[in-house]
Design a protein around this ligand. Structure first.
Ligand code: ADP
Ligand code: MG
Length: 389
């Protein structure tokens, strides 16, 4: 659906034109996987796939939503959000919890959320790990900021959205997704320190494309596997504190300290912690590689990151491994790894733009031959964060 169609759909639904359109991008993480809950740094980029929300002021305290991709509509009031019910008293549908949760989290901070009419559509595949949910949240937060005539920092906006997802929708997530969607900078990766919340940008060479390949496979393990990994990291911290009493999280363990004391750790926590400690070091190396435009070093860090997620963190799948291995013999590939929590989902490939077409064709052919499945592939560039069109 293009912007004209979005505009027309809005007019058909509400019998009036929208006042403005918000664009909120998805994101991909270039490096730094499973380090956010260990206080470590991540390296995401906003991508050019985005949610588009057409908005007009509504009447009183009422929000009307038309989710065009889902072909569903709902109306709810802003004065009783915590009840999670629509104007007729029926429970809000799951998809409406995201915008409603954003309004709730903004109100919690004393920010004005006027009634609104919205119709929205997205290019971000749902549930593939490109963070369609954060894009919806940040897009609506921006819409309310625009209508409400207040302004908070983009990072603060992202924090409101994280609160909405954690406490209103009920999904535990870090701050990276909302951060990248809110703070994206065109052509750049974002170095984001999840402990201090400081951030900085690092240029992605202009001739490099972000190619995202969806394996099309999801494992049900995502939830339990994720919680198990978190618990193992906490256990590793407790065990390491015997030797390094100052550490609060794996973020505080230097690679040399890990080498000195890892032999005293239990088997599983040792493997998980090795991934985290070295992944954090890889993120720092990747930032310097980007700053000196050292593509080869960056690619090596990505392959190393994948191997670590496969062998030490054990969150890869045979399909993701195949997608990464195929890239070794394909033209123009700088680096590849699984991206997101794992247990299925997508790989990220950094590819020379002028060879991207051949790369994608080769990847899809190889994947189909090896698995009998079709990989959906998206050619992306690093894009700016949430904005008004
Ligand atoms: P992702 O990894 O894509 O963020 P999540 O499961 O976290 O996957 O979030 C997906 C949810 O976000 C959807 O089930 C829906 O409730 C909401 N959402 C995402 N995209 C849209 C859309 N285009 N229209 C309406 N709701 C959407
Ligand atoms: Mg999500």
């Amino acid at each position: 659906m293009n912007l004209d169609q979005l505009q027309r759909a809005f007019e058909e639904t509400y019998r009036r034109p929208p006042q403005f359109i918000v664009r909120a991008p998805g994101r991909v993480n270039i490096l730094g996987e499973h380090v956010d809950y260990n206080d470590g740094p991540v390296l995401p980029a906003a991508i050019d796939q985005a949610v588009y929300i057409a908005v007009a002021p509504g009447q009183d305290d009422c929000v009307r939503l038309h989710a065009l991709d889902l072909n569903q509509q709902v109306a709810f009031r802003l004065d009783n959000l915590a009840q999670k019910r629509d104007v007729e008293g029926k429970p809000l549908p799951g998809w409406a919890l995201y915008p409603a949760g954003v309004a709730w989290a903004l109100q919690e901070a004393g920010l004005h959320t006027p009634g609104l009419l919205a119709a929205y559509t997205s290019e971000i595949p749902i549930g593939s790990g490109l963070s369609s949910s954060a894009a919806v949240e940040v897009g609506f937060a921006f819409a309310w900021q625009t209508l409400g005539s207040w302004e908070i920092s983009r990072l603060a906006l992202a924090q409101r959205c994280q609160k909405a997802e954690n406490q209103f929708v009920g999904v535990s997530c870090g701050l990276m997704d909302q951060f990248a969607c809110a703070c994206g900078v065109e052509g750049h990766a974002l170095y984001f320190d999840t402990r201090s919340l400081e951030w900085d940008i690092a240029p992605i060479p202009p001739e490099v494309a972000l190619v995202i390949a969806d394996s099309g496979v999801r494992r049900n393990l995502t939830h339990s596997g994720y919680n198990e990994r978190r618990a193992s990291c906490e256990q590793a911290v407790r065990e390491l504190q015997q030797y390094l009493p100052h550490i609060r999280s794996l973020r505080d363990v230097k690679t040399t300290e890990f080498a000195a004391y890892s032999m005293f750790l239990s088997e599983i926590p040792r493997r998980r912690a090795e991934h985290v400690v070295k992944e954090i070091a890889r993120v720092h190396s990747a930032v310097s590689a980007l700053r000196r435009a050292d593509k080869q070093a960056l690619g090596a860090l990505m392959y190393a990151g994948h191997n670590s997620l496969r062998n030490l963190y054990e969150v890869s799948t045979p399909e993701l491994d195949i997608l990464v291995e195929l890239t070794r013999s394909l033209p123009g590939c700088i680096g590849a790894r699984l991206t997101g929590a794992g247990f299925g989902g997508c790989t990220l490939n950094l590819v020379e733009l002028d060879q991207a077409e051949a790369f994608i064709a080769g990847l899809q052919r190889g994947y189909a031959q090896a698995t009998g499945r079709q990989a959906k592939v998206y050619l992306c560039r690093a894009s700016q964060g949430v904005s008004l069109l």
